[in-house]
Design a protein around this ligand. Structure first.
Ligand SMILES: O=P(O)(O)OC[C@H]1O[C@H](O)[C@H](O)[C@@H](O)[C@@H]1O
Length: 533
């Protein structure tokens, strides 16, 4: 463990008794422990990070070489060392740049594919490209993980801008997912997009086969209503998809970072290429900020440092993402993949064991719904759960402004309640006012105590638009990168998903009864016997 990590832990131990409220004795705290970029405001003042902790955290980022690694990433260096790949999702949202990989400027091809996607989306939206029963009314994106979560999350987030065909997202290999999605759709006016970086993912290929059979029942030429998004053009061709409707990208775009390119095609069709470009511009805006702002005023760096403080320094194992923005309902799921698949690792880049915890468990639900479900534990449970609130100044429903006000009030109330808590004396006073006395007052009061001093951050933005969503997603992407660099891990591989896939393949013939369960453990044997019925 570096001396900087140790210094931070010592500082934490020495200042643990100073509460967040104590820190607000400094009247300048809110602005000093906040960061603005454009119209965004990130407030991390409701944490126990004090001036010295922030200074030590900034030293940690500097000492870990975040700036050098960031520049290497943007320049196309192969920083994904375990797969020997560059990491260039940022190139997908900065179309005027020139980026050289293996001696070749990759941008002309990126721009050409982007233009082909835009033309395809326009043709569909404007009725020039139709199904065999008329204009396309529905688009079904079949993909999983990074080929699903981004566009599915963004489609919900940008509902007020979605004026194209309806989009549906099928990911689970559970036949229920595709059956429920296709029921009620007309195959003659539906476009299927098979989205898979590798075009081998078993869930996606199985669902694609099911969709093709469904279409073949009603449509003379099902292939004509299929498009594909993939890095594997040989496999899309072998699957019979016309190269004119295949949109490629390169292996330097990680699956969970891929929604900026052709994986975002369904979103582009839904909101139109111009608004999709606004989304890209939001991402590029954060790229520029990340590359140039001093670390003390750098949003992704600060977000990462708060994360490191809570997880590796304070030992809080989970992080709740709580959007007070219903349209971000899938953001926690999206961030689960982004953060946990990127930083859920215990082996450092050099092959050694990490001397501290890997990235945290990320979870959440939109407010105010969570308040009526799991916030009980956040307020009074034994574990401290750092909360990340997201909230817009303005909604999209001017006639429901009073509801937005109520939403904002709830968001602010939660961060205040988490910080302030309620002391035993305050709880006693409440019980006394209710007429309780003696032992009963004492007993009831104890249930009404809130420990307080629970940390949270708030990311506030003007309104959830394509540009703002692009900013938010890029912000989290770079936060993951900075945390990964500080931890010394490779945020861009995902070897941890392989073993289960291999075992699932081996279990298929056993479940079909073609192979014996011999060699399996007793539990697996028992479950196979039960589930085969
Ligand atoms: O896009 P695909 O190649 O079908 O991959 C889909 C997903 O599956 C993999 O197992 C990885 O865990 C994800 O990072 C990836 O996004």
């Amino acid at each position: 463990m570096t001396t900087r990590f140790q210094a931070l832990r010592q500082h934490r131990a020495a200042t643990a008794a100073t509460t967040i409220l104590d820190l607000f004795a400094d009247p300048g705290r809110a602005s000093a422990f906040s960061c603005r970029h454009g119209e965004m405001l990130f407030d991390f003042s409701k944490t126990q990070i004090d001036a010295q902790a922030l200074d030590l955290l900034l030293q940690l980022a500097n000492g870990a070489g975040v700036a050098e690694k960031r520049d290497a990433m943007f320049a196309g260096a192969k920083i994904n060392e375990t797969e020997g790949r560059a990491v260039l999702h940022t190139a997908l949202r900065n179309l005027s740049a020139s980026v050289v990989v293996d001696g070749r400027d990759v941008m002309p091809e990126v721009r050409a594919t982007h233009a082909r996607c835009a033309a395809f989306a326009r043709d569909l939206r404007e009725g020039r490209l139709t199904g065999q029963g008329g204009a396309i009314t529905d688009v079904v994106n079949i993909g999983i993980g990074g080929s699903d979560l981004g566009p599915a999350m963004a489609y919900l987030a940008l509902a007020p801008f979605a004026d194209g065909p309806r989009c549906h997202f099928v990911s689970n290999v559970d036949g229920a997912h595709i059956a429920d999605t296709l029921r009620g759709l007309n195959p003659e006016t539906t476009l299927i997009i098979v989205a898979s970086k590798t075009f081998t993912t078993i869930e996606t290929m199985t669902n694609a086969d099911t969709a093709r059979r469904w279409m073949a029942e009603k449509v003379a030429n099902p292939a004509a209503q299929f498009a594909a998004v993939s890095t594997a053009s040989d496999k899309t061709a072998a699957y019979g998809i016309d190269p004119a409707r295949v949109f490629g990208f390169e292996d330097w775009v990680g699956g969970r970072y891929s929604m900026w390119g052709p994986i975002g095609l369904a979103l582009m069709i839904a909101i139109g290429p111009d608004r999709f470009d606004d989304f890209l511009a939001g991402g590029a805006d954060i790229d520029g900020h990340f590359r140039t702002a001093p670390f003390a005023q750098n949003l992704p760096v600060l977000l990462a440092l708060v994360g490191i403080w809570h997880n590796q320094i304070c030992g809080h194992a989970t992080r709740a993402v709580l959007p007070y923005d219903q349209r971000l309902s899938r953001l926690p799921a999206y961030l689960q993949q982004l953060e946990m698949e990127s930083n859920g690792k215990t082996v450092a880049m050099d092959g050694t064991e990490l001397p501290y915890d890997s990235g945290p468990v990320v979870w959440g639900e939109p407010g105010t719904n969570g308040q009526h479900a799991f916030y009980q534990l956040i307020h009074q449970g034994s574990r401290v759960i750092p909360c990340e609130f997201l909230v817009a100044r303005q909604g999209h429903e001017p006639d429901l402004a009073h509801q937005h006000l109520l939403l904002v009030a709830n968001c602010l109330a939660q961060s205040e309640a988490l910080m302030r808590g309620r002391s035993l004396d305050e709880a006693r006073a409440i019980m006394a006012r209710k007429g309780l006395t003696g032992a009963e007052l004492e007993r009831q009061a104890r249930h009404r105590v809130f420990p307080g001093n629970r940390p949270s951050t708030t990311l506030a933005y003007p309104q959830l638009t394509p540009f703002t969503l692009g900013q938010i997603i890029a912000l989290y992407e770079h936060r993951v990168f900075v945390e990964g660099v500080i931890l010394g891990i490779n945020s861009y591989d995902q070897w941890g998903v392989e073993l289960g896939k291999e075992l699932a393949l081996a279990l298929q013939p056993i479940l079909e009864g073609k192979q014996p369960t011999k060699g399996k453990d007793g539990s697996t044997e028992q479950l196979v016997a039960y589930l085969r019925g």
